[in-house]
Design a protein around this ligand. Structure first.
Ligand code: ACO
Length: 461
C-alpha cells in the first residue's frame, strides 16, 4: 500500500523531472514545464528529452538518471509503450512519486501494461498517479503540474476527479464562480492511487477542509465506505457519481476503464459513509461551497426570508422536494416578525418582506430569525429591485450572518450584472450565494444531510 509520505511528495514535491518535456509548445510535455514556471512553482525543474539540450531556459537531460541532483517526482508525458522504461529509470533515480499523463492503458484494454507499472511502483514504495491523467494542481504549493490552462481560484476545497478533461474545464469555472480550491487532482485509471488513498491523505491535510469527488467508480467499495465515513466526521465529502444511466456506465468503461456499478449501491454506500451526493457539476460545487463556508444544520427547521413572493413560493416547493419542508414559525417569532415588516408582507414561512425591502429590513428580520432557538437554518432571497443596491443588501447579510456563525445561511440573489458583482463579493465574504432559489435550497439540504450524519455519529445518551 502506498504511504502517506509518498502521497505527500506527490502533492508537495520540491523537485520535478518532466520526462517528455517537449520543444514544441503544442505538446503536453512543453505545457507542463511552461505551466510550472508560469504559475509560480518554486521548486527545481528538470526537463528530460534525449533530443534537446535546453527547454525554456532549463538544461535538458537525455535521461532522468543523468540528473546530478535528487528528484522528488517525475511526470511522464511520452507515449504509453515507452512509459515502463521511464518508470524504472525514475525509480532507479530515487523519485518518491510518479505522475503518468499518457493514455493507452487499461482504458483501451492494455491491462497487463498497466499492471506491470503498478507492480514496479508498489515494490519500490513509490506513489503513482494515473495513468491517463491531466496532473496535479496545488494552489497552496503554487504548482500547476498539468496541462490545465491555469491554477484554480485559491481556497480550501480539494477536488479529486476521475475525468481529466473536467479538471481542465473546471479550473476556469472556479475563477468565474469564486470557488476556492486547495488542490485539483486528476486520478484517471487509478492504477494505484484511487479515491480511497486520496481521502486517507486528505483526512490529515491542513490545507483542505472540504472534499469534492467526480467519480465513475471506486476500486474497493468496502474500503471506500470505511475511509469516507471516518473522514466525513471531520471534513464533509460531496460526490458527483457519474455513469448513473446505462449509456453513461458504458461511456465510463471506455473513458477510464471503470465499472460504474449499480447506482443504488452507491447511494446506499454514500448514505452510510456520510458522503453528500450531488447531481452534476453545478450541484457538486454548490454543495461543496455551502459545506465549506457554513456550519451543518443541527435540526430540520429552515426559514426562508425573501423580498419576492414568487421566489418564496419556488423555494417552498424546492424545500419540500429536498426533504426540508418549510414549517409554520413558532407564534412568538411570527409575531415579532409581523411587527417589523410591511403590512403588505407575510410573517409566515416564507417570510415575505415585499419588493420595497431595504438592507435594514433584511438585517432586522434576519436578527430575529437567526437568534430564535427554533431555527436551524436560513435561506435569504433577494430579487433585484431598482430601489436597492445589491451590494448594500449583501453587506447587510454578511454583517448579520457573521454574528451568528452557528446558524447556517445560504442565499439566492436573482438579477443581472449588479447582482453578479454582489454574488462574487458575497462568496468572497463567506456566504454561499446562488443565482436561483432551487440552488440555494439544494445547498441548504447538503448542510442538513451532513448535520444529520454528524448527529448519527454522536454517542447515544
Ligand atoms: N524520454 C524523454 N523524452 C522523450 C522520450 C523519452 N524516452 N522519447 C521521446 N521523447 C521526447 C520527444 O522527442 C518529444 O519531444 P520533442 O517534441 O521536443 O521532440 C517529447 O518527448 C514528447 O514525446 P512525443 O513522442 O512527441 O509524445 P507526444 O507529446 O506526442 O505524446 C502523450 C505523448 C501526450 C503522453 C500521448 O502519448 C498521450 O498519451 N496523449 C493523451 C494524454 C491524455 O489525454 N491524458 C489523459 C488526460 S485525461 C483527459 O480526459 C484529457
Amino acid at each position: 500500500m502506498v504511504s502517506r509520505e509518498a502521497i505527500h511528495t506527490l502533492l508537495y514535491p520540491n523537485s520535478i523531472a518532466v520526462i517528455g518535456a517537449s520543444r514544441n509548445p503544442k505538446k503536453i510535455g512543453f505545457q507542463i514545464v511552461y505551466n510550472l514556471v508560469k504559475d509560480g512553482y518554486r521548486g527545481r525543474i528538470y526537463p528530460i528529452n534525449p533530443y534537446a539540450n535546453e527547454i525554456m531556459g532549463f538544461k535538458a537531460y537525455p535521461s532522468i538518471k543523468e540528473v546530478p541532483d535528487e528528484i522528488d517526482l517525475a511526470v511522464i508525458s511520452i507515449p504509453a509503450d515507452k512509459v515502463e522504461k521511464a518508470v524504472k529509470d525514475s525509480i532507479d533515480k530515487g523519485v518518491k512519486a510518479l505522475v503518468v499523463i499518457a493514455s493507452g492503458f487499461s482504458e483501451v484494454g492494455n491491462i497487463d501494461m498497466e499492471r506491470a507499472i503498478v507492480d514496479i511502483v508498489d515494490s519500490a514504495g513509490v506513489a503513482l498517479l494515473g495513468p491517463n491523467v491531466v496532473g496535479v494542481l496545488n494552489t497552496t504549493h503554487s504548482m500547476n503540474l498539468s496541462f490545465c490552462p491555469s491554477l484554480p481560484y485559491k481556497g480550501r476545497i480539494t477536488m479529486i476527479t476521475q475525468s481529466g478533461a473536467l479538471a481542465i474545464g473546471l479550473v476556469g469555472w472556479t475563477w468565474a464562480n469564486r470557488i476556492g480550491l486547495s488542490k485539483m487532482v486528476s486520478i484517471g485509471n487509478m492504477a494505484q492511487i484511487g479515491f480511497e488513498e486520496m481521502l486517507e491523505y486528505l483526512e490529515g491535510d491542513d490545507d483542505t477542509d472540504t472534499i469534492l469527488l467526480y467519480m465513475e467508480s471506486v476500486k474497493d467499495g468496502r474500503r471506500f465506505v470505511d475511509v469516507a465515513r471516518r473522514v466525513s466526521m471531520y471534513k464533509p465529502i460531496v460526490a458527483i457519481k457519474a455513469g448513473r444511466s446505462v449509456r453513461g456506465a458504458k461511456a465510463a468503461m471506455s473513458h477510464t476503464g471503470s465499472l460504474a456499478g449499480d447506482v443504488k449501491l452507491y447511494d446506499v454506500a454514500f448514505r452510510e459513509a456520510g458522503v453528500i451526493p450531488a447531481y452534476g457539476l453545478e450541484d457538486g460545487f454548490d454543495k461543496a461551497l455551502a459545506l465549506h463556508l457554513q456550519r451543518p444544520m443541527k435540526g430540520g427547521n429552515i426559514v426562508v426570508v425573501t423580498n419576492g413572493g414568487g421566489a418564496g413560493v419556488l423555494a417552498s416547493d424546492f424545500a419540500e422536494e429536498n426533504g426540508l419542508p418549510l414549517k409554520d414559525l413558532p407564534s412568538d417569532l411570527m409575531n415579532s416578525v409581523r411587527r417589523v415588516i410591511s403590512p403588505f408582507g407575510s410573517p409566515r414561512n416564507p417570510i415575505d418582506l415585499t419588493g420595497n425591502a431595504y438592507k435594514d429590513d433584511y438585517i432586522e428580520v434576519l436578527e430575529k430569525v437567526l437568534t430564535h432557538p427554533w431555527v436551524d437554518g436560513v435561506v435569504a432571497i433577494y430579487v433585484h429591485a431598482a430601489i436597492t443596491d445589491p451590494l448594500e443588501v449583501a453587506d447587510g447579510i454578511v454583517s448579520v450572518a457573521n454574528k451568528y456563525p452557528d446558524k447556517p445561511l445560504t442565499m439566492a440573489m436573482i438579477g443581472g450584472r449588479e447582482v453578479a458583482i454582489a454574488n462574487a463579493w458575497l462568496r468572497d465574504n463567506g456566504i454561499p450565494v446562488y443565482p436561483s432559489p432551487r440552488r440555494a435550497i439544494s445547498a441548504m439540504s447538503a448542510l442538513y444531510q451532513y448535520g444529520k450524519f454528524l448527529n448519527r455519529q454522536l454517542p447515544r445518551k
